[in-house]
Design a protein around this ligand. Structure first.
Ligand code: ATP
Length: 224
C-alpha cells in the first residue's frame, strides 16, 4: 500500500529532517508512528499525503512510484487519503456538519446519504448537539473529533492521523480508537502518529519509531 525506500526530506535548503527512511505499510494494516517531539513524524506524514516531495529515495503509494506520476494524477491519489492534521485545519466559516460533509460532497454523494452518514458519525464521536456550531465555538477536543470525522467519512483507502487523541480524555481516546479499528476492519490502511504510550499499550499494533529523522526500529507495541 505504501513503500518508502531510503527516503530523505528537507525543508528548503535546510539539513535533512528525514534520512534513509525505509518501511512498508501492508494493505489493511494499522501501524503507529512514534518518536520524540521534532523527530520527524509530521514531516513523514506530509510526504505521504503529498504535501511535500522527498529530497531523495523512492516513495510508492498504492503501488505507484510518486516520482513518475504526472502532476495531474495527484488529486485523484490524494482523494483516497484521509488526513487528521495535528492542527485540525477545519474550515472556520463552515458548520461542524458542513466540515464533515465536505469529502462526501466532493465525491458527489446523494444528499440524503450525506445527511444520514454525517449525522451518524457525529453522534458516534459525541457531537450530535454541535452540528450547527462553527469550529470557533468548540473546545480543542471537540475540534479534534470533527477533524477525525471529516477524515474518515468517505472511507479512505489510507488514513493518516497526526496525534489524533492528543486533545481528548482517555475515554474519548478509546472511543476514537475503536472508530479507527472499525475502519481498519473494513479495509482502510492506517498510520497513527502518537506519543500516547498508554493508548499503544491498550490497542497493540506494530510501531515505527523515529529518532532524530531516522527510523530506529520497528517492532510491536507490546515490547515498547
Ligand atoms: N515548515 C518547516 N520548515 C522548516 N523546518 C521544519 C518545518 N516543519 C518542521 N520542521 C523541522 O523538521 C523537524 C521535524 O519536525 P516534525 O514536525 O516533523 O516533528 P514531529 O516528530 O512531528 O514533532 P511533534 O511531535 O512536536 O509534532 C524539526 O526539526 C522541525 O523543526
Amino acid at each position: 500500500m505504501v513503500r518508502f525506500d531510503n527516503v530523505g526530506m528537507r525543508y528548503g535548503i535546510g539539513h535533512e529532517v528525514l534520512r534513509d527512511v525505509s518501511f512498508e505499510l501492508p494493505r489493511g494494516s494499522l501501524t503507529y508512528l512514534t518518536g520524540a517531539s521534532g523527530a520527524g513524524k509530521s514531516s513523514l506524514l506530509r510526504l505521504m499525503y503529498l504535501a511535500h516531495r522527498p529530497s531523495r529515495g523512492l516513495i510508492e503509494m498504492f503501488g505507484k512510484d510518486l516520482a513518475r506520476l504526472p502532476r495531474q494524477a495527484l488529486p485523484e491519489l490524494r482523494r483516497q487519503i484521509g488526513v487528521v492534521y495535528q492542527d485540525f485545519r477545519l474550515i472556520d466559516h463552515l458548520s461542524v456538519f458542513d466540515n464533515v460533509a465536505l469529502p462526501l460532497r466532493l465525491a458527489e454523494a446523494p444528499k440524503a446519504e450525506v445527511k444520514a452518514h454525517v449525522d451518524e458519525l457525529l453522534s458516534w464521536v459525541g457531537l450530535a448537539d454541535k452540528v450547527r456550531a462553527t469550529p470557533a465555538e468548540l473546545s480543542g477536543g471537540e475540534q479534534q473529533r470533527v477533524a477525525i470525522a471529516r477524515a474518515v467519512i468517505a472511507r479512505p483507502r489510507l488514513l493518516l492521523a497526526d496525534e489524533p487523541t492528543g486533545s481528548v480524555d482517555p475515554d474519548m481516546g478509546d472511543r476514537l480508537m475503536h472508530l479507527f479499528l472499525e475502519l481498519n476492519r473494513i479495509g482502510t490502511t492506517i498510520l497513527i502518529a502518537t506519543h500516547d504510550v498508554a493508548m499503544m499499550e491498550r490497542h497493540r499494533a506494530p510501531v515505527l519509531r523515529l529518532v532524530q529523522g531516522e527510523l530506529a526500529f520497528s517492532r510491536s507495541a507490546g515490547r515498547l
